[in-house]
Design a protein. Structure first.
Length: 718
DNA sequence: ATAGGGTTAG
């Protein structure tokens, strides 16, 4: 190594290597490399040696870069930086953890070789940190090393540090670094804004953006605009979004296709589809992303028909859909249960060779499951060699959505055997399967898994867990989990209330409602279904009326059929049958089928046959398909001795093609599920069970309890 | 003479 003027071969090799690096010309560079080895230039000139490392690194040949690096005897800081940045720029968790290894080795060897990290080193390191498996500690440590080496005032280092903290979700730390930087450029501002954008902090992003425009207007470019737009993806930011739209027009940056696309996306996510369409139509330059943005916008806002329509229009313009387009279209199909269109997209994605892309296949599995085609969903799932946790969860969730809860649990076990680590959504999904099965034992095992994997009782898991316990009848455990949840949303409150109310703890459910209100959580329509049904269980007619009126007057929630049903149930159970009848007749007529049915059952319990007959006739008029309605009505006429009417009801029942679904119940004991269908004699211990039922019935009768048998007897006699 | 940061839009 020498500081003397270089011999001319080295100088020429060096400049040729630079050219190959710039052009990423691997072949030419390799030829040069072999010539360099023959003349011995690499061992005599550090510049040439470093250029070789850099050349291989830039051509993504990291193995060769590493070999060339290790051959250098007197590595200087540039040698290290070329290799570190080579790995850092390629990204991924393996490369990034190797960056950290190199960085540590460099620090270990620093004193013996007199090599110290500089700004170039730290930028590479900070870029690698977010890709690490556990990035937090490493990031903070590297930051403090950079402080010790007095590197953080460098604008490159500072910007990459802001970027690092932003990606780690530590936007406050990013902001601290940002505020202390003596110099900022366009990169710095974009990184800061993106940090806010990923946290959905639109107000902060806007504030920083305005600061930038005020301080250094020259910094406005397409990157700044797209990053601030990505932070404005909800309805509350629509005004800011329009401001940015104006600015994009004034600055002429709207003609940049990425900016136009970002604006279409922003309007789509804000639910302003009219503005999205207008902007889209005025785009001077449309690409597949523009179309995807619009299609996804419609799909997300619930107008799935329009999304599908746009998709076929896109095809007629010969615009090739990307994987993102197809994901959007598949989501639209799931939403409206359009399995026909979904199948077409399936064929299309196979044709385009997207069959091994996990995101698309996940959307497809989801589509089939939501359309009720679980077998097709499973086929798609089985097609992929290495499903990721999102796909596993989608398939398990697909089973749950279709009521195949046992299959969901079986698949979860298979996943565990395969050593796949579940995420929070997986746990919530499996717990839902347990809730639906009322499978307490399995539920407890999943709870053990929750603890084992270290999931917190945050909303998805904590909520699902408390619901599971409540639905399985373990109200105390459910309540315990609920109390220990760090935060609760309206859904968690609703679920706990329904769990309490279903298990006979109506007063506790109402108490919970008052508590929810005092903690400032806004109730939704489900909350009131729970409240009213709790009132109904407890026979609290007055309170029921108060809540029913409060719902629309104070909270602006329009009552749905469920609320009307709760009220009719409440009045019927309390024996206020005439009041119930009047309430039904003052309610929207389209709820009739549901409401008269409830009143009819109420009339049976209170033996009010005249009103029962009235309700039953209403149900027949409305064309009820409910077998119990016809059975009850004909029983009533039997009791009233109106033979002709009995015949008429029977004829109507046959005419409507009403069939009685047999009642079914089940219980899980010693990890075996025992199923009972009304009238069957399938259970191996059927005789025993019947004897026991007879014994219990006798006990009940001896206690003086008289069941409502007369209607049933009437039905049997006729 | 050699080494460094934004992937933002679906």
């Amino acid at each position: 190594m020498t500081n003397l003027p270089l011999p001319s071969p080295s100088r020429s090799f060096f400049s040729k290597l630079l050219l190959c690096t710039h052009e990423k010309n691997l072949k030419q560079g390799q030829i040069l490399h072999s010539q360099i080895i023959q003349t011995g230039s690499s061992s005599s000139c550090l510049f040439v040696a470093n250029a070789i490392v850099n050349f291989y690194a830039k051509c993504h040949r990291l193995t060769e870069a590493k070999l060339a690096f290790e051959e250098i005897q007197n590595k200087d800081v540039v040698s290290w930086n070329c290799l570190i940045n080579g790995y850092s720029q390629l990204g991924g968790s393996r490369n990034s953890s190797f960056v950290m290894e190199l960085f540590q080795r460099m620090m270990r060897e620093e004193s013996e070789n007199n090599v110290y990290p500089n700004g170039h080193t730290f930028t590479g390191v900070f870029t690698a940190v977010p890709d690490l498996k556990s990035p937090l500690g490493a990031g903070k440590q590297a930051h403090s090393v950079a402080v010790a080496f007095d590197s953080v005032s460098d604008v490159y280092v500072g910007s990459s540090l802001v970027n690092m903290y932003g990606k780690l979700g530590l936007v406050c730390d990013a902001r601290k670094v940002f505020d202390r930087m003596p110099e900022r450029n366009s990169f710095t501002w974009v990184n800061m804004i993106c940090g806010y954008a990923v946290q959905r902090l639109g107000v902060e992003a806007m504030r920083v953006f305005k600061l930038m425009v005020g301080v250094e207007e020259w910094g406005l470019n397409e990157f700044v605009l797209t990053s601030v737009l990505s932070a404005l993806a909800t309805t509350e930011f629509i005004v800011s979004g329009k401001q940015i739209h104006c600015l994009a027009i004034k600055s002429g940056l709207l003609s940049v296709v990425s900016v136009g696309n970002a604006i279409v996306t922003m309007y789509g996510k804000c639910g302003s589809l009219d503005d999205a369409v207008k902007t889209f139509e005025l785009l001077s330059d449309k690409n597949t992303i523009s179309w995807s943005a619009l299609i996804t916008g419609f799909a997300k806002s619930g107008d799935s028909e329009k999304a599908l329509e746009l998709f076929s229009k896109m095809n007629s313009f010969m615009m090739k859909p990307s994987e993102f387009t197809l994901v959007g279209v598949l989501n639209a199909c799931s939403d409206i249960g359009a399995v026909g269109e979904g199948k077409q997209v399936h064929g299309y994605l196979v044709k385009l060779g997207f069959e091994s892309q996990i995101y698309i296949m996940t959307a497809m599995v989801d589509m089939y499951a939501k359309c009720g085609c679980v077998t097709d969903a499973r086929k798609g799932f089985d097609y992929l060699q290495e499903p990721d946790i999102v796909l596993w969860t989608s398939m398990i969730g697909g089973y749950v959505q279709n009521g195949q809860n046992e299959d969901a649990l079986v698949l979860y076990c298979k996943m565990q055997i395969g050593g796949i680590f579940p995420n929070e959504l997986t746990m919530a999904t499996v717990l839902k399967a347990c809730s639906s099965l009322a499978a307490l034992e399995q539920g407890k095992q999943i709870h053990a898994n929750v603890v084992k994997y270290g999931f917190s009782l945050e909303i998805p898991v904590g909520s699902a867990l408390s619901i599971m316990y409540a639905k399985c009848g373990s109200v105390n455990e459910g309540n315990l989990v609920f109390r220990r949840m760090p935060t609760r949303d309206v859904i968690s409150w609703n679920s706990m209330m329904s769990g309490l109310s279903q298990n006979g703890y109506g007063n506790e459910a109402l108490e919970l409602f008052e508590q929810m209100m005092s903690e400032g959580t806004k109730p939704d329509y489900v909350t009131f279904v729970n409240v009213l049904s709790a009132c109904s269980h407890m026979g609290l007619v007055e309170r029921g009326w108060i809540y029913f009126n409060k719902m629309s007057n104070e909270f602006g929630i329009v009552p749905t059929v469920e609320h009307y049903a709760c009220m009719v149930d409440l009045l019927s159970r309390a024996g206020k049958l005439t009041e119930a009848k009047e309430f039904i007749e003052s309610s929207p007529t389209e709820h009739g089928l549901c409401l008269w049915q409830i009143l009819l059952s109420g009339c049976r319990n209170y033996r009010d046959y005249d009103l029962g007959a009235y309700a039953g006739e209403k149900l027949m008029e409305l064309g009820s398909k409910e077998s119990s309605a016809y059975v009850l009505l004909s029983s009533i006429y039997t009791l009233l001795g109106r033979r002709g009417d009995v015949e008429r009801v029977r004829r109507m029942m046959n005419l409507q093609g009403v069939n009685k679904e047999p009642g079914c119940s089940w219980i899980e004991m010693k990890s075996q599920v025992h199923v009972f269908v009304a009238g069957d004699q399938m259970h191996p211990q059927d005789k025993h069970i019947r004897t026991e039922v007879q014994r219990l019935s006798k006990l009940i009768k001896d206690e003086g309890f008289k069941p409502v048998f007369d209607l049933l007897c009437a039905d049997l006699e006729s």
